[in-house]
Design a protein around this ligand. Structure first.
Ligand SMILES: NC(=O)c1ccc[n+]([C@@H]2O[C@H](COP(=O)([O-])OP(=O)(O)OC[C@H]3O[C@@H](n4cnc5c(N)ncnc54)[C@H](O)[C@@H]3O)[C@@H](O)[C@H]2O)c1
Ligand SMILES: O=C(O)CC[C@@H](O)C(=O)O
Length: 519
């Protein structure tokens, strides 16, 4: 197999590059000129960007080789997710890997403003020494208002508690217990939060609230506003206006509606606006964490796996063991079922037994659908685009949950046709085939399997064994089963080597054999 090619468009931590180079040929740029990305993207299996590049639809389409797009960071607002999902391109990010760095950056801005760090520094360098010009304020006892109580927002709360601030937060999508656990007072609306925020700090994705002059005017006089999340969500003109009037003491921005900001950026005129060039994730520690998490996700996605940091598949919060087991079981049951039923004219029923967590269902459904459709379509199908492809095919997958106390089992059948059931159980970390096309079997599922459906007559097993031996292929295990209704039998062989096409052709020439399947 040829090694995949990976393009890195902006500086990535060396630890991540080293991991990628173990499995792929990597072209790494400190900053690829923006106009070059669309020209060269066609040559790569995976592309890793940070914040300087955008990946809109027109850059993503028409590159069959491209399988993975990664954002080395948390926000994926510069990637067209919908297009990636439609094309089966896995989108990877590094959630949380730079959350501490971003939260600390917010506090760097707060302290710089409150203690005049940047102004004092310039003052001393100019040869002056006046202390009364730079009387500051303390974080201690000040009220911090956090918008967006996710990974960065919670880190900010932890730091604020250390400074003994009073912490308030607004995030309608987070449970009460999380606020309580962080010693934070929950606010129900922005209208409630802003008037009690001596310092307001924003930590939502770009899809979060837009905050304009009206709302900002409700901040207490002398307030400070910090944005290290995404540019333009807090109206920059409005911030400058409130600095002009003296309503705000300071503004700290790490992100801008246009990066870099234009020469006439309104806050340039205010010395108490502390502005940094999108440095929130730029610490050695965060760069390493982001690079490693991104590289691991890209490598797994290139191998067709579903890493926990894939953005466009609803990965459930399971342990790696639980996840791996269900993932393997879902792929096996889908693949076998689809091979047995090439035309799927009725809805398919996915029947679940045992302790399979509810929050795993959306992902499980997508993984099973992908395994089925992969056997049928020439296009790339994976858990990313399985729903889109299933809809295109008019394929319906119904889910039924049965005995929760049974062994964990995944089964597929055509609705109304129990004789089509393929079932895989997942006990003891080994997927076992329990039923195939309605016939009870019991074998640990091998990496390579050959199955024949033949007349239930003497001599067939011997003929198959001899032929497989003539091809120099070792049989690890052999399993027989009977289809009582039509006097047919099936035989499944676990093999030590892959099955050549010629062997399949020769097996098909044995008169008693009706079908040969290779898994
Ligand atoms: N400056 C940087 O270099 C830097 C570094 C890291 C993260 N970031 C940015 O910081 C932001 C937060 O990152 P994160 O990792 O904490 O993300 P996250 O997904 O963990 O948390 C975001 C939170 O915002 C909440 N939210 C969404 N819409 C909201 C709304 N309308 N009102 C209130 N809350 C809302 C969500 O419920 C979630 O809890 C993102 O925009 C990310 O891109 C910037
Ligand atoms: O350092 C970067 O690339 C920016 C990171 C940040 O914007 C993120 O979303 O994680």
């Amino acid at each position: 197999m040829t090694r995949p090619r990976i393009l890195i468009t902006e500086t990535l931590g060396q630890e991540g590059i080293d991991l990628l180079r173990e499995v792929a040929d990597v072209d790494a740029y400190d900053l690829l000129p923006k106009e070059q990305l669309p020209e060269i993207i066609d040559n790569y299996d995976a592309v890793i960007v940070r914040s300087a590049h955008r990946l809109p639809r027109e850059t993503l389409i028409g590159h069959p080789r491209l399988k993975v797009v990664a954002r080395a960071g948390s926000g994926v607002d510069n990637v067209d997710l919908k297009t990636c999902t439609e094309l089966g391109i896995a989108v990877i990010n590094a959630p949380g890997a730079n959350a501490v760095a971003a939260a600390e950056q917010a506090f760097a801005h707060m302290l710089a403003i409150l203690r005049n760090v940047h102004l004092g520094d310039a003052h001393v360098r100019s040869g002056e020494w006046s202390r009364k010009k730079f009387l500051g304020g303390e974080l201690h006892e000040r009220r911090l208002g956090i918008i967006g109580f996710g990974k960065v927002g919670r880190e900010a709360a932890r730091i604020a508690n250390g400074f003994r601030m009073k912490v308030y937060a607004y995030d309608p999508f987070v449970a009460d217990e999380i606020f309580q656990a962080h010693n934070v007072t929950r606010m129900e609306t922005l209208e409630e939060l802003l008037p009690v925020s001596d310092i307001l700090t924003l930590h939502t994705p770009k899809s979060g609230p837009q905050i304009g002059l009206d709302l900002l005017s409700t901040l207490p006089a002398g307030a400070i506003v910090i944005n290290v999340a995404r540019g333009g969500m807090i109206d920059e003109e409005a911030l400058a206006t409130l600095m002009d009037t003296g309503h705000l003491l300071g503004v700290g921005l790490d992100v801008f509606s246009q990066e870099p900001p234009p020469a006439d950026f309104p806050l340039f005129r205010h010395p108490r606006a502390v502005l940094t060039p999108h440095l929130g994730g730029s610490t050695h520690e965060a760069m390493t964490g982001v690079a490693v998490m991104t590289a691991q996700g890209v490598i797994a996605a290139l191998q067709g796996l579903t890493p926990p940091n894939i953005v466009n598949v609803p990965v459930p919060p399971l342990t790696p063991d639980e996840f791996g087991m269900l993932d393997e079981g879902a792929r096996i049951v889908g693949r076998i079922f689809a091979q047995m039923h090439r035309t799927l004219h009725a809805p398919i029923v996915l029947s679940l037994k045992g302790p399979i967590p509810k929050n795993a269902l959306p992902w499980l459904k997508q993984t099973v659908l992908a395994a089925i459709l992969n056997e049928q379509l020439a296009d790339r199908v994976n858990a990313v685009n399985a729903l889109v492809k299933a809809e295109e095919q008019g394929l319906k997958l119904l889910v039924e949950e049965r005995d929760a106390n049974a062994l964990p089992t995944l089964a597929l059948r055509l609705e109304g046709h129990p004789e089509t059931t393929t079932e895989v159980s997942l006990e003891n970390h080994v997927p076992r085939l329990r039923r195939i096309n309605g016939v009870a079997v019991d074998l640990p599922w091998p990496d390579i399997a050959l199955m024949t459906v033949h007349d239930d007559a003497p001599g067939v097993v011997g003929k198959v064994g001899t032929l497989v031996g003539q091809y120099g292929i070792n049989i690890g295990n052999l399993h027989l089963g009977r289809q009582e209704n039509n006097h047919q039998a099936l035989m499944i062989l676990s093999l030590d080597q892959t099955v050549p096409d010629d062997l399949v052709r020769d097996l098909n020439q044995i008169t008693d054999i009706h079908h040969v399947f290779v898994f």
